[in-house]
Design a protein around this ligand. Structure first.
Ligand code: G3I
Length: 322
């Protein structure tokens, strides 16, 4: 039985998972996996603006609270995802009319209300998510268009004021695959930190595949981020097996072995980093049947550690045989 093994107990850094609140119900088949295999939880959706702040003067806490309460009852830490992003915005926010000051006030209220409610309960926040484009320029999202590039430092400032004890992260994807994007993100974060802003870490979303990025590029990205003095979160880890999106795809044991090797590489390379920079690794989902990848890319895929029947896959076994 899965309860006889524990993934997180094999590592001396936290091993987290992204979940939906319903998965924590005691009769849900994901629940024993969450409880026994992971010691950190992230809501895949429930702290995002469209869910938690659906109207300008309405916050909806019920679903986010469920995750916090489950975490408290089961001794897990919570990683907060995410305060400022360009996706999953409520309509009122997308259509907000105001000058720069009014946008700042609106953003401040959003961040302050959420971060103060969960003060001391959320260990760290993804304060700003995906602010850069692949070429390293700033993404022209609603925050940038209405507040200019200073929206990023303002967001960190407001989050810090609301919960001075929380660790604050910048989180983005393809930081290993795209050196120009990584450099731009690191340069800005170093610059803001030098100015005195409370920026503690970088989240490397790791939606990777069996064939890319290379091990060399993954290791280089981890090294550059920690060499710059930031804690590193391997956030959003999953390993796609259907890399070329073929419709005639067949899962086989060779693909599962290659997937296992990728997971193992990420964990082993991460283990070698200096302790003070190891914030943890978060896997983006529990079982293949509920991964975001098939729906989002409209293809078959099996990116996680457990299959649709909640059985551990070769990747899971590789991670606990260390
Ligand atoms: O809640 C509605 C439900 O009412 C409706 O019936 C249903 C029908 O489609 O949709 C539900 O919302 C979905 C939501 O997940 C909750 O399940 C959205 O359609 C769906 O788009 C949304 O997908 C999420 C995606 O972010 C949105 O961009 C994924 O679950 C989530 O895993 C994914 O996570 C992101 C990270 O936050 C940031 N980095 C990339 C990563 C993958 O896209």
């Amino acid at each position: 039985a899965i309860e006889n093994q524990s993934l997180y107990q094999h590592y001396d850094f936290p091993v987290g998972v992204a979940i939906e609140p319903y998965q924590t119900a005691f009769f849900n088949e994901n629940e024993p996996i969450i409880r026994t295999q992971f010691d950190r939880l992230t809501a895949s959706n429930r702290f995002k603006a469209d869910f938690i702040h659906p109207e300008e003067n309405t916050f909806f806490w019920t679903q986010a609270d469920l995750i916090i309460e489950y975490a408290e009852a089961n001794n897990k830490s919570v990683h907060g995802h995410t305060l400022i992003w360009h996706e999953q915005l409520p309509t009122w926010m997308e259509n907000f009319k105001g000058n720069r000051n009014e946008w700042e006030e609106m953003m401040k209220k959003h961040i302050t209300t959420i971060a103060s409610r969960y003060k001391g309960k959320v260990k760290a926040w993804d304060v700003v998510n995906e602010a850069f484009l692949e070429d390293g320029t700033l993404r022209p999202n609603i925050w940038y268009k209405n507040m200019g590039s200073s929206y990023i430092e303002k967001a960190f400032q407001y989050a810090h004021e609301a919960d001075p004890g929380a660790l604050l992260f910048y989180n983005d994807f393809n930081l290993a695959l795209r050196p120009a994007k990584r450099k731009a993100a690191l340069d800005l974060m170093k610059q803001l930190k030098f100015k005195g802003l409370p920026i503690h870490g970088i989240g490397m979303q790791s939606h990777i595949a069996i064939s890319y990025p290379s091990e060399l590029d993954l290791a280089l990205a981890m090294k550059e981020i920690t060499d710059a003095g930031f804690k590193l979160h391997i956030s959003e880890l999953d390993v796609a097996v259907n890399g070329n999106s073929s419709s005639s795809f067949k899962l086989n044991s060779e693909l599962l072995q290659r997937q296992a090797k990728r997971y193992k590489f990420v964990f082993e390379n991460y283990s070698k980093l200096e302790k003070q920079y190891q914030y943890g690794i978060t896997i983006w989902g529990i079982n293949d049947g509920e991964s975001w990848i098939p729906g989002y890319f409209n293809r078959e895929d099996y990116p996680l550690l457990f299959d649709e029947t909640f059985s551990p896959k070769p990747a899971y076994c590789a991670l606990i045989n260390n």
